[in-house]
Design a binder for this molecule. Structure first.
Ligand code: ATP
Ligand code: MG
Length: 285
């Protein structure tokens, strides 16, 4: 698959050159449950530039998933603002938000969230076809191209339940890219994978990020992977406690990552080694 094929109608192209992709200002979130309140985010500020691969780190319970849900417009903040592509998203109504989300934001979750009875191809097509399943030929071709890109050409017509954990997560990566989003939000995308599959999935994301200019923000507890990102944002106590600017060592760090050129049509043995259609979620449970 050519790089050009992945980049042609990149949606971020509509926004002004040079402007940050995402500006997060004083985001707060208090969960209110009957009589008690849980303040989780206490004024989060940061900016994402276009095309960055940024890791978000922080202790369990520090609010990473909450923040990703808010930035993904799946949850409203209690207060604060964030602008993406120059648009203030907290001001949008539900219908506008859902269109924006569908076109501009891709999601990758720790537990893939594939539709089990759908094939790999149908799962990737889903963000394009929607619940009423209006697919186009171009959409189907793109889904197939993406699956080929993530090394699953020979698994396109397998139902999700017949895929290994690493394969499922690669389908989830392809699905996140289906609508050519400007931003991919990934919540512990490798948290459910063994070391080798985690490295493969991460390397795949970084390759795609470089090829397409898609911005990635991913939460992780994996410091090794975080070190391979261009930048890291640390969250604790509901605020950003540190976000060191990129060091000159980024090039050195990224050159140490495993090669992903194995991703062609065939599933590499290293990914297949789990050799099972069992669910990684269950193995972990
Ligand atoms: N719906 C909710 N109601 C009340 N509290 C909530 C709700 N959702 C999350 N929380 C609380 O918000 C805090 C942050 O949760 P969150 O899932 O964002 O953390 P996290 O940083 O993603 O943690 P982990 O690394 O374990 O995934 C936790 O203390 C959690 O209990
Ligand atoms: Mg979380």
């Amino acid at each position: 698959m050519s790089t050009a094929a992945m980049t042609t109608t990149h949606s971020s192209a509509v926004a002004a050159e040079g402007a940050p992709l995402l500006e997060v200002r004083d985001i707060r979130k208090v969960f209110v449950d009957r009589d008690f309140q849980t303040p989780v985010l206490k004024g989060v500020n940061f900016t994402l530039q276009r095309g960055e691969m940024v890791a978000m780190l922080g202790p369990s319970g520090s609010g990473k998933s909450t923040l990703l849900s808010i930035l993904g417009t799946l949850m409203r903040p209690t207060s604060g603002s964030f602008r993406m592509q120059g648009r203030e998203l907290t001001a949008l109504r539900e219908a506008e938000l859902s269109d924006f989300r569908n076109q501009q934001i891709g999601f990758i979750f720790q537990y893939h969230h594939l539709l089990p009875d759908f094939t790999a191809l149908e799962n990737v097509l889903f963000p394009h076809a929607g619940r009423l399943w209006r697919e186009t030929r171009a959409g189907r071709e793109r889904a197939a191209m993406l699956l080929e890109r993530v090394g699953l050409r020979d698994r396109m017509n397998y139902r999700a339940t017949r895929l290994s954990g690493g394969q499922k997560q690669r389908v989830a990566i392809a699905r996140a890219l289906m609508n050519q989003p400007a931003l991919v939000l990934a919540d512990e995308p490798t948290g459910n994978l063994d070391r080798e599959n985690a490295d493969q999935a991460f390397a795949l994301m970084t390759e795609i990020q470089r090829e397409t200019g898609t911005t990635f923000l991913l939460s992780t507890h994996d410091r090794e992977l975080a070190e391979r990102c261009e930048r890291r944002i640390y969250i604790a106590g509901g605020v950003v406690v540190d976000q060191p600017q990129p060091a000159a060592s980024v090039a050195a760090a990224t050159s140490a990552r495993p090669s992903m050129r194995v991703i062609t049509g065939d599933v590499p043995a290293v990914i297949d080694h789990t050799g099972q259609s069992g669910d990684a979620d269950r193995r972990r449970a």
